[in-house]
Design a protein around this ligand. Structure first.
Ligand code: SF4
Length: 227
């Protein structure tokens, strides 16, 4: 059918209900055992799969323990330790710089406000939101990664292209109590069914309410291109 509900609020509610049913236990897929590890893992995960990050951090977190360890690390050595990850040179620089700030300005503790987190090198709103939600139990916004970006557009929940604008569209229509799970549900569905290149609309629990469904529509609203 591919017919969305009348309002974005109603559409978001219906989408959530269907996805909760489909992915009842979904959560963050990065491995970490404390806030610093969470921050490092999320910084590494930009433009990289969580799977690869988890493989790398399994050894990295054995070698480096505290913010001091990262701040004092040799740039080349740290870059080498993460060299199977995208943009490893820049990420090594950001990690060393962020950890130096954590020591200098935050007594070695990962800060717990959006502004302090986004002041750290290499930490944008998305990374800060993940750290706040999973490290501090503070939900200030909706994490918009590539899956949330694509699916929100396909499902008619936003027309915006950029993550921060998409987040601004989503926050008023998604109940605040669902902000954290919204991201994990969209990531699960994006990986399992509604992938970037070839979404499996035939098998999708959202097909009846999706204005991008290939069964009824010619255009992928995520890209604006014809299927
Ligand atoms: S798989 Fe198809 S029907 Fe389902 S959300 Fe994606 S584009 Fe819509």
């Amino acid at each position: 059918m591919g017919t969305p509900l009348d309002t974005r609020t109603a559409q978001a509610e219906e989408v959530l209900e269907r996805l909760y049913e489909e992915y009842p236990d979904t959560t963050i897929s990065l491995s970490y055992s404390n806030r610093l590890e969470l921050l490092i893992a999320v910084m590494l995960s930009a433009q990289c799969t969580d799977e690869r990050v988890n493989t790398v951090t399994a050894e990295l977190f054995e070698k480096y323990d505290t913010a001091e360890d990262y701040a004092a690390a040799d740039q080349e050595e740290l870059a080498e330790d993460i060299n199977s990850i995208t943009y490893f040179n820049n990420k090594a620089k950001y990690i060393r710089s962020a950890c130096a700030d954590i020591i200098e300005k935050h007594d070695g503790e990962v800060p717990d406000t959006m502004s302090e987190l986004t002041d750290l090198a290499g930490v944008g709103r998305k990374t800060a939101n993940v750290v706040l939600q999973h490290g501090h139990d503070i939900v200030e916004g909706i994490v918009v990664d590539t899956h949330v970006q694509r699916l929100s557009r396909r499902l008619g929940l936003t027309d915006e292209e950029y993550p921060e604008r998409i987040e601004e569209d989503l926050m008023p229509v998604v109940p605040e109590t669902d902000w954290q799970q919204f991201t994990h549900l969209f990531i699960s569905h994006g990986r399992a069914v509604c992938n970037a290149r070839n979404p499996d609309c035939d098998a999708c629990v959202l097909e009846a309410i999706c204005p991008s469904s290939k069964l009824d529509h010619d255009v992928d609203l995520a890209s604006g291109d014809e299927w």
